[in-house]
Design a protein around this ligand. Sequence first.
Ligand code: GLA
Length: 382
Amino acid sequence: MKAKIQEKFKSLFGEEGQLFMSSGRINLIGEHTDYNGGYVFPGAINFGIMAEIKPNGGEVVKLFSIDFDEYVEFRLEEASAPTQLWARYIFGVCMETLKRGGKVGGFNAVFAGDVPQGAGLSSSAALESVFAFAINQLFNDNKIDKFELARIGQSTEHNYCGVKCGIMDQFASVFGKKGSIMRLNCKTGEYKYFPFRPEGYRVVLIDSCVKHQLAGSAYNKRRESCERAAAAIRANHPDVDFLSDAKRVWLDEVRDEISQEDFLRAEYVIGEVQRVLDVSDALERGDYETVGELMYQTHFGLSRLYEVSCEELDFLNKLARREGVTGSRVMGGGFGGCTINLVKNELYDNFIAKATKEFTEKFGHAPKVYDVVISDGARQLQ
Ligand code: GLA
């Protein structure tokens, strides 16, 4: 990847820039809790996006995407927004940096990545973060704080890509640290690194390769449901800023005031907020069996209450349970993508073989298997 980027940069721009890298993420538990002010538990992974970048002294940003084999340029003004989605992410990062009073000048960039797209591994957050990080270093003497870099990526999704996401993906991509996952309180911004080396287990992702076209709007609808439920609860309990502040019994109080659908969404979120705390306790004890059991509970909630799973992911989850896998659940926003599985070393080969064979027989295409390593987030490469 590096050699290809460098070769292309040289041939397009006739010089050399600096290399930056950022990562996709996994999330152990805490799904759809971020925009509800709850906890998440992500870690950056060894799949990422690498970019070579150099300021060009002008007002124009010149970009080449190796993966799309496409060149795009834009000026640093709203009217110049590109139509290509991949370029809009970078445009959005520039605009959001400027809106916050940061500096951005013209630059040249070539980038490529190996984060599978649409698999729920946050390839878009990796793209936003690598550019937010580089712009901070190249134009702002690293004065923009790291949390703000994550927010720049999040606002890019909101304002330029139509997804009203939470902060988890961009946070993980910016703050990721090799060997550690991070528990983030999305309401206060407090976070803590937890070393994650589950001895005797492996973490493996199985990609259903299903991608739903309307995932963005379905995601936004989930968020709206949560906001309506929180507003109803707030009428009785004014201290409730987010759904994560609500007790389960408070949700029951408003059962007749909100739709059945909104009720189920909120029921899932309130349960999930508690599960993240239970997982933290279990991790402190090294009790991975409990972690795994909670992952299954999350899957159940995401499938039946939050309704962001699909037939393929439910199939993989059920198969994991049958094969004695410690924990398994749909990961990320849902509507396709991967399951994350915590599996004992001795069961690993059998599980992967069975999942691959049975999934292929049933759905007519093979799933993909990713062994992930918890890695560093946004950084400059030497
Ligand atoms: C997507 C969003 C995140 C988060 C997850 C679900 O990845 O970008 O903010 O809401 O879905 O946990």
